[in-house]
Structure formats: C-alpha cells, structure tokens
Design a protein around this ligand. Structure first.
Ligand code: PLP
Length: 391
C-alpha cells in the first residue's frame, strides 16, 4: 500500500483522538526517522521524550530479539529472571528500595496515587487528599487526569476522581493553605514537561521536602519525563538535593518499549496482597528492554552527555534569542523549550516538518525540544539552521 492508501486506511480504521500530519513513519535509526516515501527526518521529538538511545539502538534490538526467543511472558503469577535482574540494577542507582513495573506512565502514577491512599488509610487516619500543581501533567487515566492540573481538562470527563487539590507551582504560601488533616501527599514533576517546560524552584522543592517531613506527608515525584538522564542528571530530583518518598518513571526507561515503574522507599511500601497488579507487570520482554537501556545509559554516562549537549543546544538558541527570533529559553539537559511571537507554534512545527525536522509545540507560543540523548553537535547545528529558516 502506498502512502496515500495508508493515510486513507488510517482515517477509516483508527479511532480519532488527535490530528496528525499526512505522513506515515516506517523506519528509525539513531537520530532519524524515515517515512513511507523515503524522506528522512531529524527527530527532536524523540518518541515524546522516550527514545533516549535513539531509534533501534543495537543494544535494545539485540536484547529484545534474544529475550523474545527465550521468554516473552510467563504471566504476573510467576517471578522471572529478567525482572529480578532489572529491579536490582535499577534500585542500585536510585534512592528507592522497591519497584513495581507497569507499561505506561499513567499506570505508574495511578499506582503512586493508590500507594499514597493506602498509606493514608493505614498510617494517617484515612487521609487521602493529594495536592498537585496547576499546569501539571500526570497521565490520561481518570485518576491521573484528575491529578493533572491542565486548565483545558477541568470540565472533561466529569465527574473526576475526588481527592486532588491543585495549587500554583512555586507558591509556598498557597500550598501551605491547601494542606489539612486529609492531606496524604504532594505530587509534582521536577520540571513540568507537557505544559511547556516549567521548572520547580530549588527553594520551593526543599521547602516541600521540609513541609512533608514536618507534617508526615509523602512527597511523590513524577519523573516520567525528567528521569533517565533527560535533564542532565540520571534523575531530575538530583538537581534539587532532595529525595522523594515515591517516584514514578516512564518514557526513557523503556527506550521506546512500553515500560514504566512505580518506586518507593521501604516504609511506604504498604500494598497488601491483591492491592495492585496487572497482566503485563514485569513482563520479560519489557524487562529485557529496560535492562538493556539502563546498562547502556550507565555504561555511556548518557546523562552527562545530555548535560553537555543541552548546554550546547541552549547556547545555539541564545544566538537566535539575541537576533530577536525567540525568547524565554528554559529547561535543563535535553528538555528545552522557548517561546516565539504570537501563537505560531503549530505553524513552526508544520514548516519544520516540511524541512524534515520534527518538533513539538506544547502551547500555542511554545516550541519544545526533547531529542534522543545520543544527539551530537552536528544534529543540534542542523536543527538550528532549520529553526532559523522556519521562525
Ligand atoms: C510527567 C508525565 N507524567 C505522566 C505522563 C503519562 O505517561 P504515559 O503517556 O506513558 O501514560 C507523561 C506523558 O507525557 C508525563 O510527561
């Protein structure tokens, strides 16, 4: 089937959830994707901050095919070797004690919400409220949509799951007034990704940690976008010098394979038999992908590379800022955004697509860059040249 036929079939068979450009992706390698007409695209979307090793990295494809020949899924009823190996390696590099593997970020956050509520029930007289930030993003299940502070979702799929209070980010006074006897946790992203790359202030994060300790409230960090080297450290919270009580990982953890994780310190691991589960938890193929990705990230210290490349990217963007083309450059490592005049984000994305550069505009005036962590200076230079001609 040619591209036109494929697009017609997509229109006919796929449930509409969003608009997509009229191309069909077929192949990926490193920093590039190819469409069905053979056009090559420089990928600064990175599978939505997912493909940390780039596309079809040999370490991942080797591990996946080896594991597929051996065992795909033994069921969640049994332990499997790869899950135990992966859990051990992952926990050795985090400040957490236990992990529960799932397939998507939303599912990991859903688990974090359940774990916090269970803790509230067993240790805090039934406290269940979770304070989250306005403009945050935590996923698309009903509970994670309820936790999300996206104003556009306020009236969507009502009634929402109760028990979530939204406060403005970096406003300690507002947060303190939201805390009451029913509060069990505060949940936030170290850098808000989907709302356009808005970092948490360092002082605000340390105050949250102190408040949580004083009031016996759990600090849940959603590191689904900021974890796994994306911000120039292995985990985003390392920039703040605080440790969360519960942490969720997704996106980069599977390098493109559907994988996410809920992690917690021992004293908050309060699930009892039957409280949590899932058909694909710890599925061997996903575990093999996760293990291969983590080994590669650790071996190459990719977070350090991401920090260096992020500095270079920001320096090149600063040149554009000096020329008055863009403003408000922000972010850390390879999670970077900037604003442009007016509301032309979608137009810039469309123009760059024509010029074979993939970008994302999370807000009308914002462009976000989240390329694979294996990026090189030459890729940054190529993207800047295209961006300059598009803006
Ligand atoms: C911070 C954050 N949390 C949760 C999610 C949801 O992850 P998933 O789409 O894998 O369910 C995302 C996805 O963009 C995210 O950026």
């Amino acid at each position: 089937m040619n591209t036109r036929g494929l697009l017609e079939a997509a229109e006919k068979y796929l449930m509409f959830v969003t608009t997509k450009p009229p191309i069909v992706m077929e192949r990926g390698k490193g920093m590039y994707l190819w469409d069905t007409d053979g056009h090559r695209y420089l990928d600064f979307v990175g599978g939505w901050a997912v493909t940390c090793l780039g596309h079809s990295h040999p370490a991942m494809t080797r591990a996946l095919s080896k594991q597929a020949r051996k065992l795909v899924s033994a069921s969640p009823a049994f332990h499997n070797r790869t899950q135990i190996q992966f859990a051990e390696l992952l926990l050795r590099h985090t400040c957490m004690d236990k992990v529960f593997f799932v397939s998507t970020g939303a599912e990991a956050n859903e688990g974090a919400i359940k774990l916090a509520r269970k803790y509230g029930k067993t240790h805090k007289s039934g406290a269940y409220e979770i304070i989250t930030a306005l403009d945050s993003f935590h996923g698309r299940t009903l509970a994670t949509m309820s936790a999300t502070g996206k104003p556009q979702w306020k009236d969507l799929f009502e009634p929402k799951v109760p028990g979530f209070i939204h406060v403005p980010l970096n406003d300690l006074a507002r947060l303190e007034t939201a805390i009451n006897d029913k509060t069990v946790a505060i949940m936030l992203e170290p850098i808000q990704g989907e709302s356009g790359v808005n970092p948490v202030d360092v002082g605000y994060m340390s105050s949250l940690r102190r408040l949580c300790d004083e009031r016996g409230i759990l600090l849940i960090l959603d590191e689904i976008q900021t974890g796994y080297g994306r911000t120039g450290r292995l985990f985003g919270h390392e920039h703040f010098g605080v440790e969360p009580d519960i942490m969720t990982l997704g996106k980069g953890i599977g390098g493109g394979f559907p994988l996410a994780a809920l992690l917690a310190k021992q004293r908050f691991c309060v699930f009892e038999k039957g409280d949590q589960g899932g058909t694909y938890t710890g599925q061997s193929l996903a575990m093999a992908a996760g293990l291969a990705v983590l080994k590669e990230i650790l071996a190459k210290k990719l977070w350090e590379h991401a920090a260096r490349m992020g500095e270079y990217l920001i320096a090149r963007l600063r040149e554009m800022e000096k020329d008055g083309k863009i403003r408000d450059i922000r972010g850390r490592g390879l999670l970077v955004a900037f604003d442009i005049e007016g509301k032309a984000g979608e137009d810039v994305v469309a123009d760059c697509l024509k010029k074979r550069l993939l970008l994302n505009s999370p807000r009308p005036a914002t462009i976000r860059l989240m390329p694979p962590l294996i990026i090189d200076k030459k890729h940054v230079d190529a993207a800047i040249t295209i961006l300059r001609s598009a803006i």
